[in-house]
Design a protein around this ligand. Structure first.
Ligand code: RIB
Ligand code: CA
Length: 310
């Protein structure tokens, strides 16, 4: 029986690889995509969600639009300098054929959780606004969701969008605090592992030799992402594997090492969006999250490429 997952996503170049690899993996059943602001505005992310499910015949998968701004309104600093104004590397892709699901993201999330009680894994790849709003609207979902496996945070290392904060958390720190505070099974796939998993140009050559719609799309959109990683990190054509690391974890969790610790999110001041792992339980009895701290990065990269070129 395939594992049921729901992506909450801001596609987004790395979101695209994560989602396309999942759609090509029989172990996973994607019941839907809900979209959120982050890498681009939410309208753009929603259309990109439609493009991704349509690319290789998954048009049946619902895509719904969610939050266009964080819970507590702040100036929006979208990731368009990383992912392009269109969220697809400024490649100006053709419009999707289909239409968005009429249900707002939060409604769709709540309906899916209650349709599949105990069986659905929520997979946030962007800011956690939709997930937090769903929790606030129906707190019981915390006991009905199988697991939350999210890309976000940096437990023991530096940030990316700020010296201390990772982008998904930073975009809505209040939502992230609500998510980490809730009593449910959360796995944090943070910069601790995603910045150690670095896709090299020779890996991309192997990927692009797949010559299928998924690899062709990634070949078109990823140069923008490579340019950002070269400009900021001097990676010279390589890049950090953020969202696709979540798909790799879902497929083969044994490729990762984790610790258990409660996670708190700073929601004020200079360290806004920093995730703090309370490893010695000094701040009370918050439920621990599963924090990934090490990865077999070579195996992760090979797993994802194998799925995408098969
Ligand atoms: O910090 C990386 C995260 O921010 C990824 O999810 C990327 O898509 C952006 O949303
Ligand atoms: Ca993302």
């Amino acid at each position: 029986m395939a594992r049921k997952i729901l992506f909450d996503t801001d596609p987004g170049i790395d979101d695209a690889m994560a989602i396309l690899a999942a759609l090509r993996s029989p172990e996973l059943e994607v019941v839907g995509l809900t979209t959120v602001f982050g890498n681009a505005d939410v309208d753009t992310c929603a259309l990109n969600g439609l493009r991704l499910v349509e690319l290789e015949g998954h048009d049946h998968i619902p895509v719904s639009k969610g939050a266009g701004a964080p819970l507590f309104r702040r100036e929006l600093d979208l990731g368009t300098e990383v992912h392009g104004l269109d969220g697809m590397g400024n490649t100006n892709p053709p419009p999707p054929r289909g239409r968005l699901d009429p249900r707002p993201a939060v409604q769709f999330i709540l309906e899916m959780v209650r349709t599949y009680p105990g069986e659905l894994t929520l997979v946030p790849l962007g800011p956690l606004t939709n997930i937090a709003m769903a929790l606030q609207q129906d707190p019981e979902i915390a006991s009905l969701v199988e697991e939350v496996v999210l890309m976000g945070g940096s437990a023991f290392g530096v940030g990316n969008i700020s010296p201390v904060a990772e982008a998904n958390i930073f975009h809505d720190a209040h939502a992230a605090e609500i998510v980490f505070r809730a009593d449910w099974d959360v796995t944090m796939v943070g910069l601790d592992v995603t910045t150690k998993t670095i896709v090299q140009p020779e890996d991309l050559s192997r990927l692009y030799a797949g010559k299928n719609p998924a690899t062709d799309l990634l070949e078109r959109i990823q140069p923008c992402y490579q340019a950002f990683h070269d400009q900021v990190y001097g990676l010279n054509g390589a890049f950090h594997l953020h969202d696709p690391s979540v798909t790799a974890y879902l497929l083969k969790p044994e490729l990762y090492t984790a610790i258990q610790a409660p996670v708190y999110v700073e929601t004020t001041g200079l360290c806004f969006g920093k995730t703090i792992a309370d490893v010695h339980r000094q701040w009370g009895a918050r439920r621990a999250a599963r924090i990934l701290v090490e990865a077999d990065s070579r195996a992760v990269i090979d797993l994802l490429i194998d799925r995408l070129i098969q």
